[in-house]
Each structure stands twice: as C-alpha cells, then as structure tokens.
Design a protein around this ligand. Structure first.
Ligand code: G3H
Ligand code: ZN
Length: 293
C-alpha cells in the first residue's frame, strides 16, 4: 500500500487534490470512508487536538487502521493543528501518517525554530511521517462565526514561504492565501462564499516548490478551489461543512422520529447528510485540473 507521500506526489502529477476531512465521531469517519470508497479516491481523515481528546488518540488510530487494512484502501490519518511537541509525539507514536505542527501564532522566526526542531524529533520516531508547517493567520475554529476580519493584507509572501520550507525542512506548507477557518451564517445559507488569491498561490508554489495545503476550505467558491488546485494546492481541508451537515442530519432525524431512542435507527440519516457533502467535495477535488507548471 502506498504511503501518504506517494499518494500526494501522484495527486500533484495528476493535477488533483487529496481531500482532508475532520472527524470527531464514528458517524463522520464512516461517512468520509464510504464516500472515498464509493469514488475510489484516496482520502485523509483529520483530528485536531480537541477532536483527538474527545475520540482518544489510540482509538482513532485503530479505527482508521482497521478501515485501511480491511478494505486495502488508501485512507490516511492526520494530527491536525497540533500546537505542542508533546502532543505531536503522542500522535506520531500512535501511528498517525502526518502532523500539522501549527505554531503560526508565534513570531515567524520562533515558528521556524520550533518547527525545525519538531521535524527532526518526529522523523527520528518515524522517518516516514509527514510534517506540515503553517505560516500566516487564517483564524481559528471550524464554527459559525459572526464576522470575518479582512485578512487580505496578511497573506503569506513567496519569500516567507521559501524561507520557511528551506529552514524547517517541512514536507508540506500551509499558507494564508485568503482562506480562513469556519463559516459565516451567510456562507451556510449559500449567500456568500470565501474567495482565494490564486496568483499568490502560484507565486508561493514557484518560490517554495513544496506540497501545499489549503486550510479553511468550507464555504469556498468552487471555481476558486479548482483554480487553487491548478495553481499548486495538493490537500484541501474541510471541517465546518461536515459539522453543519452532521447537525442538520441529526435535527432532521429527530424531527422525523420524535420518539426513537435507537441510535442505529437515527444515525444513518446523519451519515447520509455528511456523505452528500464529502462526495461533492471529493468529486470537485478529483476533477483533473491542468497544471500550468
Ligand atoms: O484544519 C481544518 C480545516 O482547515 C477546516 O476548515 O472548517 O473552514 O473547513 P473549515
Ligand atoms: Zn485548518
């Protein structure tokens, strides 16, 4: 079975992106796996520190491993937004395929220094683990926000991207290119969409020559996502859209069966609701895009 690095390189060559979906329960994991299996495309499951605390680090690793082995299927596990080396080491030892080591809130030089140390330390535990570093501000929280600050002035520069990748030796870079975590209510309704700076993605790709992740994918204009893949994005993270679908599916199931108490009679509707989102996003990410480089 290919390792995550091989899958990402193959995606880069094909001009597609690998979908990354956050999960915090078995219903979400099942929906992500079933969707990817149906479309026969590789997929990454992400669990942030909060999601890992709820699920259990060893337990989520065992669940994903069991799906991968039983179905011989390329499903990978990422320790998303990991803010401490201790927590990154725990996930590495548990068998995660990649770590997003996120010190983007620190000053740039300090981020470089600590990320470099983390890359060395995590690869000494598992040389095959992929480490992603993050620079720039894309906000926090895959939730519904009341408003968004204007982030257009805080985009990652190509120079920063190159310096960060060369100094830290990260395998993957997560830049700020107009993206942000979470959604506005208007985005949930479909009245507003996030927009990306495609030229900036092109420039960052050329300067860094690195694999790139787009965080904060929920609510982004479909055509911007297509163009972002063409410009060099290799992984796209989606979380809030799944959480919204999870809640809507649950509310609908409870509304239709107000007296039902059997979880396995209620939860398939939640799984189906989440699946529709994952299927749509995976179809988009896996449409072949023409790379301009
Ligand atoms: O790491 C998780 C993601 O970047 C998700 O962002 O909630 O805006 O989809 P999102
Ligand atoms: Zn993120």
């Amino acid at each position: 079975m290919d390792q995550l690095w091989d899958v990402l390189k193959a995606a880069e060559t094909k001009g597609v992106a690998v979908g990354h979906f956050n999960i915090s329960d078995w219903v979400l994991l099942k929906a992500v796996f079933e969707s990817a299996n149906e479309l026969n495309v590789p997929v990454i499951v992400g669990a942030s520190e909060g999601e890992r605390t709820f699920l259990g680090v060893a337990q989520i690793a065992a669940l994903v491993k069991s799906l991968r082995e039983e179905h011989s299927f390329p499903i990978f596990l990422n320790a998303d937004h990991t803010h401490s080396l201790d927590s990154a080491i725990t996930a590495t030892k548990a068998g995660f395929d990649s770590i997003v080591f996120d010190l983007s809130a620190l000053p740039f030089e300090e981020n470089i220094k600590q990320t470099k140390q983390a890359v060395e330390s995590l690869k000494s535990i598992n040389p095959a683990i992929l480490v992603e570093g993050e620079i720039g501000d894309i906000g926090t929280g895959s939730e519904i926000h009341a408003s968004v600050p204007d982030r257009s002035k805080d985009l990652t520069t190509p120079q920063e991207a190159r310096q960060f990748v060369e100094s830290t030796r990260v395998d993957i870079l997560a830049p700020a290119v107009g993206n942000m975590h979470g959604m506005l209510q208007t985005m949930v309704q479909g009245d507003a969409r996030k927009r990306l700076d495609i030229d900036r993605i092109h420039e960052i790709k050329s300067a860094s020559r690195s694999l790139l992740t787009l965080h904060g994918g929920s609510g982004t204009e479909d055509n911007d996502l297509r163009k972002a893949i063409t410009a060099g994005i290799n992984i796209i993270h989606i979380n809030t859209e799944l959480r919204v679908a999870w809640r809507q599916g649950l509310e609908a199931a409870l509304g239709q069966k107000p007296h039902e108490v059997v979880p396995y009679k209620l939860l398939p509707a939640v799984e189906e609701s989440v699946k529709q989102v994952v299927l749509a996003r995976l179809r988009l990410f896996n449409q072949q895009q023409r790379r301009s480089q």
